[in-house]
Design a protein around this ligand. Sequence first.
Ligand SMILES: [Zn+2]
Length: 389
Amino acid sequence: MVSPEGESVPAFETSTVKCRGCTGENVVPVVDVGAQPSADYFPPADTPGPDPRWPLELWLCRDCTLVQLGPVEPQLPEEALAVESATSIAHAESSVKEILRDYPALAGGVVFEFASHHGGSWLEHLYAAGSRLAGDGEKADLVIDVHGIVHEPQYGEMLQLRAERLAPGGLLVMEFHHLLPLFVGNQFDTIRHGHWAYVSLRALQNVAALHGLAVESVKQVDMFGGSLMVMLRHTGDAKPDATVDVLLEDEDAAGIADEVQLASLQEAAWHAAGALHDELTRHKAAGRTVLGYGAPSKAPVLLDLSKVTTDLLPFTVDMAPGKHGRRIPGGCMVPIRPIDELRAARPDVVLVLTWDIADEVIAQLEADGGWGATYLVPLPEPHEVVGSR
Ligand SMILES: [Zn+2]
């Protein structure tokens, strides 16, 4: 679409929107979390704002059931400042062990990985087990995509690339944040620009079938608040096991392919956000100090919907040195500092913005006995977790 001035402008008409999975035109908006900044844009702390924002909406394809971002394509920064969590590093190693235990014939074979900029690479562990990286254009016995494909605007086309890389009889392993815990766990803050698809097993199965792939087995894993590890093969090679039907039934029971059910996430999100604002206000009124832990890409949406600013959360801390001296994007203006500043400040309450690794965070802060803080976990509704004292 082109404006009268000759500039390209986004196409908003529903009739022109094509599904990112199946390319059908039967896609409808279901959840609107408002105009939001880029989740990976951490400006220097003294940048006054306002930061650029773009509409952030989930749409549902009524044909393939893929939940996806709406038609807006924001201009996003490329800079990756995050450091990988200990949870993520350990998970990559244990995943490789499990796969080689479950599929021993893959040990020492040819592997290809579609990498994610969140880390979590399996390659070094596979090399240690004797695997070899596929050459240019070479097909692989094991093709891996760990949290990679959702960064691609066109899910279906990218699944085709993975199918093309897969040798006959080979195994495609895909790990991704699962739509089911996002929905039932009210994880609305994981909706973000640049993550184009919010995938159920049902949707993956439907889009995979268009590219000659079938789901053979599926496992639920704890990463990022609830992920799926899905094993696929070329359609003729796949022998689906019982895990597939069990998970599809769970998804159907939760109604995550139903646009009315999905739309209820919006109300749940606003409710939890309001409750977080009330909770922080209550602490402030009682004279208790609250500081944050983590500056994840989830934080901008959570703090924006919760209308949290520096009067309720003076600063947060993060492991990534690249984020220090910067701030959370959006209206909250919350600065990001080194972890030591949280320890020095000894707040009464720590708001755990990286709630998906809350156990790791609490263990880290309590390793030397802590200072008796309580930990406020914002979702599915704000709740307090007491440290080890
Ligand atoms: Zn579709």
